[in-house]
Design a protein around this ligand. Structure first.
Ligand SMILES: [Zn+2]
Length: 341
């Protein structure tokens, strides 16, 4: 069979030698017509985004051991971030600052404006840090694998921050540099402690000041008998589109969420809302939020208070759902065209 280029057909330019068009056979009667097989198989629909529980488990097991800054395991976890982000196809930078090294992976979208998805990889001495924050790092690595394989409007930045526990130092170094360079960041998301949950009534406690600021949210928690079965999303007003995107992805997989959108007063007043890397972005004028299981407000082993924060405490099904909701929500916001500010 001869092939005639589409250009010839469209432009009418003679693409010699042109064979006469073959005579078309008369169509078969409907009852005897064979089932046509298409010339090219239909392209498979893209796989729905969702976290792979086995890959999450492998990263959790690798990371969840004591890794204070300067220790051999801290260095191994940093290198795992580099390897996994590179394997995902991101362009990786190691940003050294006074007290540590951030690992930052980028994938350019159609526009420069980025979505930053991040988690800190350091932890305090003598504690395995499974929930805080092997869970967050495992999920950002999985998100990188899935999101880097897709085309997006906005640019994707996936980061493993160093030295969070001693004062948000890694994320601060990045946010400060981003502001100096006037980097356009649509929203920055910090995942910090996202693997502990309980369906026991009374398993959730409330941060001080929260009750006065969020009466409606408190009502919902009380109606649910203060069960620690949800993931919390806490961000400032400009980060609300990302919170709603994660919330809606979570609802689709029956993962309960509690969302707190902090206006200017609440943002200043709630000290507990400033305890993770998203606060570094707030300080430098970028929209940001934290995704968290609320740490010590439901988890007695937070920072190894009542026993090691180890993998026995992690609810794998809950974590996998959180990962899927975060990945799908981030994918949606990466494709939003309007500026968030
Ligand atoms: Zn943490």
């Amino acid at each position: 069979m001869r092939w005639v280029s589409a250009a010839c057909l469209v432009t009418g330019i003679a693409c010699a030698p042109v064979a006469p068009a073959p005579k078309q056979p008369a169509p078969l009667p409907p009852t005897t017509r064979p089932i046509a097989s298409p010339a090219t198989p239909p392209t498979a629909p893209p796989q729905p985004l969702g976290a792979d529980a086995d890959r999450l488990e492998a990263d959790l097991r690798f990371i969840a051991k004591p890794r204070p800054p300067g220790s051999p395991h801290h260095d191994r976890v940093r290198r795992r971030c580099v390897e996994q982000l590179e394997q995902a196809g991101l362009v990786v930078e190691e940003q050294a600052f006074a007290t540590g090294t951030n690992v930052i992976g980028r994938r350019q979208g159609l526009v420069h404006e980025s979505v930053v998805l991040s988690a800190h990889y350091d932890h305090i001495p003598g504690c395995s840090g499974a929930d805080d924050n092997a869970t967050g790092v495992a999920v950002v690595l999985e998100a990188a694998r899935q999101l880097a394989a897709r085309a997006h409007h906005r640019s994707l930045i996936v980061a493993c921050w160093d030295d969070e526990e001693r004062g948000l130092n890694g994320s601060m170094a990045y946010a400060e540099r981003a502001r100096e360079r006037d980097e356009p960041i649509a929203v920055a998301v910090s995942l910090d402690g996202i693997g502990v949950a309980s369906s026991e009534p009374g398993s959730q406690r409330l941060p001080p000041g929260f009750e006065a600021m969020f009466p409606n949210e408190i009502e919902a928690l009380v109606a649910n008998e203060l069960r620690a079965d949800f993931i919390a999303l806490v961000g400032d007003t400009p980060s609300e589109p990302m919170m709603r995107a994660i919330e809606s992805a979570a609802a689709a997989i029956e993962l309960p969420t509690q969302t707190a959108v902090l206006g200017i007063v609440a943002k200043v007043a709630l000290r507990d809302a400033h305890r993770s890397d998203h606060a570094s972005f707030w300080l430098h004028g970028y929209p940001a939020l934290i995704v968290s299981d609320s740490a010590e407000f439901r988890y007695d082993r937070y920072h190894c208070g009542a026993g090691d924060d180890d993998l026995t405490q992690i609810d794998r099904a809950f974590l996998t759902k959180v990962a899927t909701a975060v990945i799908r929500g981030t994918d949606a916001v990466l494709n939003q065209h309007e500026s968030l500010d």
